[in-house]
Design a protein around this ligand. Structure first.
Ligand code: DP6
Length: 363
């Protein structure tokens, strides 16, 4: 694997005091990443929709250390409130990226971050959070070396985001992202995600994702524990093979716009992810009775109306409803009349595919 390309060759003149801002969205996997080697090297290729309304906005304020200062200070504010519980994750991230971004050693970090979605909504904020931070760091790199191309900036942002959280690598660009080496795609890599912008059928260009917040509680299985459950899992090898095949099939579906095949593949991926959790040791059941009630209601609705709405799940009880934009009204009615009642405080977030991280110019 070509790690060398990401090493920053020289530490030239560094700005003393500077700030950068970025936004970056969450993403929802269609083919799931579940199982990894260190550090966030995926055991299989995954493909996701980048989202739009669910995003993190991060302001990174940097101040150069004095010559005698060794220790890096880190301050993190979430929604304007100091959040020291984030420090270990940020510290670990900064340590990990030092080899590739040696300039980070020279700064104190103050991070102000906020999410457009509720913190304890069960929506993972690590993908949007780590990718937003990675984009801020790449803005610093570009400031130090203005010669780096925009293309490299995005690629390395995805590479850095991956070191923070695997799925974060897929949030930098849109609208569909593929992460992990796949034999059918020369430019694919285990180190960063690539955008699938060629040959995408128009139906997928504005696909909708309504997120039903069935259980807003803290994650029952941390992602690190979750992925480690695939080490020595009796079905692991078969699952990794299946994911590669599903990526090949999905690449075809994304070209052809075959919605029936799309729904079958996406639902099967979601249920397989949960089947992996149910059949690991220790085993976990993350779907709740309300999740199952929603899935049954979706199947019933699809059967009677022929409206192509399907679901996917991440490692929790919440349900993502995926559907073409032209069916938005019908699906919103379905949610209001029959699905909302299964959500905590009847909460639903309507989202759609989006374009990835953005740089916000600070005036
Ligand atoms: C079920 O990216 O959260 O959402 O790399 O350990 O940070 P780490 O894991 P994370 O795992 C996401 C798992 C998933 C499936 C997916 O997004 O592909």
């Amino acid at each position: 694997m070509d790690f060398e390309q990401f090493k920053f060759p020289r530490t030239s003149q560094l700005p003393q005091k500077i700030a950068f801002q970025s936004t970056s969205p969450s993403n929802i996997a269609l083919v799931k990443y579940w199982g990894k080697a260190d550090i966030q090297i995926p055991k299989n290729t995954s493909i996701s929709f980048t989202l739009s309304n669910c995003y993190t906005s991060t302001l990174l304020k940097l101040e150069a250390k004095t010559k005698t200062e060794e220790k890096t200070t880190i301050e993190v504010e979430l929604d304007g409130v100091s959040t020291p519980s984030f420090h270990p994750k940020i510290e670990k991230f900064l340590k990990l990226i030092e080899t590739y971004c040696p300039y980070v050693k020279h700064y104190h970090f103050a991070i102000q971050t906020k999410n457009t979605f509720p913190h304890s909504s069960g929506i993972a904020s690590s993908a949007s959070g780590m990718s937003a931070l990675a984009m801020c760091i790449m803005q610093l790199e570009k400031k130090i070396d203005p010669a780096i191309s925009d293309e490299f900036m995005l690629k390395k942002a995805s590479f850095l985001a991956r070191l923070g959280s695997g799925s974060a690598s897929r949030s930098i660009e849109g609208k569909l992202m593929l992460w992990g080496k796949h034999e059918q795609l020369n430019q694919s890599s285990d180190l960063y995600a690539v955008a699938l912008n060629k040959d995408i059928h128009p139906i997928f260009q504005d696909y909708q994702d309504s997120i039903l917040l069935v259980d807003k509680g803290q994650k029952k299985v941390s992602s690190s524990l979750g992925h480690s459950l695939m080490n020595g899992h009796p079905f692991a090898e078969k699952r990794f093979e299946q994911a590669q095949e599903n990526c090949s099939e999905l690449l075809e579906i994304l070209k052809s716009g075959n919605i029936e095949a799309f729904m079958t593949l996406v639902e099967s991926e979601a249920l397989t992810l949960h089947a992996m959790m149910m059949s690991s040791l220790p085993y976990f059941m993350l779907m709740t009775p309300n999740t199952l009630a929603v899935l049954n209601a979706i199947w019933e609705f699809r059967k009677t109306t022929k409206i192509p709405v399907c679901f996917t799940l991440d490692a929790g009880a919440n349900v993502h409803l995926l559907y073409p934009k032209k069916h938005q009204q019908d699906v919103h009615n379905l949610i209001d009349e029959s699905l909302k009642m299964y959500c905590e405080n009847q909460q639903v977030i309507h989202d759609e595919v989006g374009n990835g991280a953005e740089i916000i110019q600070i005036k």
